[in-house]
Design a protein around this ligand. Structure first.
Ligand SMILES: Cc1ncc(COP(=O)(O)O)c(C=O)c1O
Length: 365
């Protein structure tokens, strides 16, 4: 098939599959060398943290983006009457984590995006003394906007509020530097740009934010877990690092997969991956312009990444493209084409040719 759907999930890379197979082989042959696996967890934690510009102690493993966003929303000591700013129409998982705080009297303010991408000037007019956090996607799944997170980060720092970022779409595709962007908490899953099967998430928590507290508690989150494995109610001090947000055993298979995925991504270079998907985007825009097919999201390079939503009626075109062996996603405003490091200029030409043919012989439902 012609796979243009990294924004949905990545196909499994051969080297990542091999890492999973060798993990399962170890489990099968030895019943699991758990201490060895746990050493690897710490190594992969340090690598993944460095990949985000963070220290190892600032990274917790989660299940997915939503878990990370919920941890973030519940770690902040909101008081009734406080508010949080979100972008209207952002990923629903970023909205529900915060809407769930309404029962604690927190106000959720949805800011309209309008034209362009989000930056500090979009949020500033909606802030007041009770604004405690802004939460937004780095890259939007529904139209591929690449928001100016660094500018929002500067605003949040000036006002002393938290910036929470959903980097599900950007991590592994664009350079993500949490310090440069001024992020307080970042949540992402690993099954898109990070090339890992579903079930592993990354949660960055700025080390300086020691006031953030986990809602859930398990032995893993304690500074001094009881050696006798009997809960000690008199010593429940939390770990100081992001490990305080972890509970229970890890998704060990996926963490092994992430190690191999990082090998692949780092060997190519994240800046090269960004350049590559942008060049594929340039080519797609040129081809679509020639066919008179509009682009739903931003056209300017600085405001886009790997996601391009074509202004074609979803009901008719999704079926047609599937019949032609093209894997894309239906989106709210059109057909979503998204690129990964494995796509080629020829893939763009092929999909453009298929769309040209569909336009010639109008596609029927
Ligand atoms: C921006 C964004 N956030 C979150 C998710 C998914 O959340 P989760 O990792 O919790 O499944 C997606 C897509 O699946 C997404 O595009």
């Amino acid at each position: 098939m012609l796979y243009l759907d990294t924004a949905h999930q990545s196909p499994l890379a051969t080297s990542v599959r091999q890492a999973l197979e060798s993990f399962y082989q170890e489990a099968n042959a030895f019943g699991g060398p758990k201490p060895v696996w746990l050493e690897r967890v710490e190594r992969v934690r340090a690598r993944a943290a460095a990949f985000l510009g963070a220290a190892a102690g600032e990274l917790a493993f989660t299940k997915n983006t939503s878990e990370g966003l919920n941890i973030a929303a519940n770690a902040i000591d909101f008081a009734p009457g406080d508010n949080v700013l979100l972008i209207e129409g952002d990923h629903p998982n970023n909205a529900y984590a915060w809407l769930n705080l309404r029962r604690r009297g927190v106000e959720v303010r949805f800011v309209k995006l309008g034209q362009g991408v989000a930056d500090a000037s979009l949020f500033a007019p909606h802030m007041d003394a009770r604004t405690r956090a802004i939460s937004l996607s780095h890259v939007t799944f529904h139209a591929g906007h690449r928001h100016d997170v660094a500018s929002v980060g500067r605003l949040c720092r000036e006002r002393g509020i938290y910036l929470v970022v959903d980097a599900m779409q950007s991590v592994g595709v664009l350079p993500v530097d949490v310090k440069a962007m001024g992020v307080s908490i970042l949540a992402a899953g690993c099954h898109k740009g990070l090339l890992v099967p579903q079930g592993l998430g990354l949660l960055y928590v700025d080390a300086a934010l020691t006031e953030l507290q986990p809602v859930y508690l398990a032995t893993a989150g304690l500074a001094r877990p009881p050696a006798d494995l009997i809960a000690n109610p008199n010593d429940m001090a939390l770990r100081e690092d992001a490990g305080r947000f972890e509970i229970g055993n890890y998704n060990l298979a996926d963490i092994h997969a992430l190690d191999a995925a990082l090998d692949l991504i780092v060997s190519v270079g994240i800046a090269n991956i960004e350049r590559h998907v942008l060049a594929l985007g340039d080519r797609l825009i040129e081809r679509m312009d020639a066919l008179g097919v509009g682009l739903v999201g931003p056209r300017e390079r600085a405001r886009r990444a790997h996601i391009y939503v074509l202004d074609l009626p979803v009901e008719t075109w999704i079926g047609f493209l599937a019949q032609q062996g093209v894997r894309v996603s239906p989106e709210r405003d059109g057909v979503r084409v998204s690129f990964g490091l494995f796509n080629t200029p020829d893939d763009v030409d092929r999909v453009a040719g298929i769309i040209a043919a569909g336009l010639q012989a109008p596609v029927s439902a």
